[in-house]
Design a protein around this ligand. Structure first.
Ligand code: C2E
Ligand code: CA
Ligand code: CA
Ligand code: CA
Length: 274
């Protein structure tokens, strides 16, 4: 039931990002959303390109808003990042993903690592490794079944990144670099930081067929990563032709609508037990 109050009016105007009042309303709603358990996780399976087996799943947050319905992360993550709320949301995501993964394992499903996206704010927290250790401890999930996705934009403060990644790796969790190729990256950090996997950004995969330079870039990323003993997963794979190209160039894994969009935890259970 919508009232005609000013806030509601702004809140329901399509563009949340344009009005400061709408942003404040959204921030307030987000804060309550944690308490009210309105966030939900969807899971997108990751596949071994050679065998077609599911080798992981990425947790992707959604906001099940009481009036707006399902809100996608592109509509609220950046505001959550600005306001700092992303830290609480991110803690919830980590906790829920680990709890869910442990539950899958306990029900006898084949164990897979779960990938969780970290935001810059979370990554900058001094006690990140300790928080993650605590979550692993009380959910009972073994560290090797958690994979953290960071982006290249987080690697600007090299001293902090080095310390943080070493702490996380010492815990035994995996580290993937998300959206690879879109940000600032250097061979230095690929060579010196403990990175397990690169995720080739969807924008390169999308145009593999049409744009020869994107095809070259993808092939080069795979070859370079392998020479550094880093695994490669392609994201946003939508067609058979894209998959064939990636397979031909020895990409290790893929994730994308071609095999599955993000699905509910129950659907993952079905996929894993099939
Ligand atoms: P991302 O980490 O790059 O996640 C991949 C996005 O691509 C997801 O969108 C996924 O649904 C979508 N996708 C997967 N396969 C395909 C495909 O074949 N084609 C196309 N066109 N899209 C595909 P989603 O779930 O809307 O998430 C958007 C972004 O929001 C994510 O991009 C990530 O940056 C952020 N995000 C999602 N969940 C979290 C979270 O828990 N914490 C943080 N910090 N960020 C999150
Ligand atoms: Ca991601
Ligand atoms: Ca990505
Ligand atoms: Ca992306």
């Amino acid at each position: 039931v919508k009232e005609n109050g000013k806030n509601d009016c702004l809140f329901y105007s399509e563009d949340w990002s344009n009005s400061s009042m709408a942003r404040l309303t959204l921030q307030h709603e987000m804060y309550r959303a944690i308490q009210r358990k309105e966030f939900v996780l969807m899971y997108q399976p990751q596949y071994d390109l050679a065998t077609g087996a599911i080798i992981g799943a990425e947790a992707l947050v959604r906001w099940n808003h009481p009036e707006r319905g399902i809100v996608s992360p592109s509509e609220f993550i950046s505001l959550a990042e600005e306001s700092g709320m992303i830290v609480q949301i991110g803690d919830w995501v980590l906790e829920e993903a680990c709890r869910q993964n442990k539950e899958w394992q306990d029900s006898g499903l084949p164990p897979i690592p779960i990938s969780v996206n970290l935001s810059l704010r979370q990554f900058m927290q001094r006690d990140l490794a300790a928080r993650i250790a605590a979550i692993l401890d009380h959910t009972g999930l073994e560290p090797k079944y958690l994979d953290l996705e960071i982006t290249e934009s987080m690697t600007m403060d090299l001293a902090h990144v080095a310390r943080c990644l070493v702490e996380l790796t010492n815990l035994g969790v995996g580290i993937s670099v998300d959206d690879f190729g879109t940000g600032y990256s250097s061979f230095h950090y690929l060579k010196n930081f403990p990175i397990d996997r690169l995720k080739i950004d969807r924008s390169f995969v999308r145009d593999i067929q049409q744009d020869p330079s994107d095809a070259e870039i993808v092939a080069a990323i795979i070859a370079m990563a392998h020479s550094l003993d880093i695994q490669v997963i392609a994201e946003g794979v939508e067609t058979e032709a894209q998959m064939a190209f990636l397979k031909h160039h020895n990409c290790d894994e893929m994730q994308g609508y071609y095999w599955s969009p993000p699905v509910s935890s129950r659907n993952i259970e079905q996929l894993l037990s099939a």
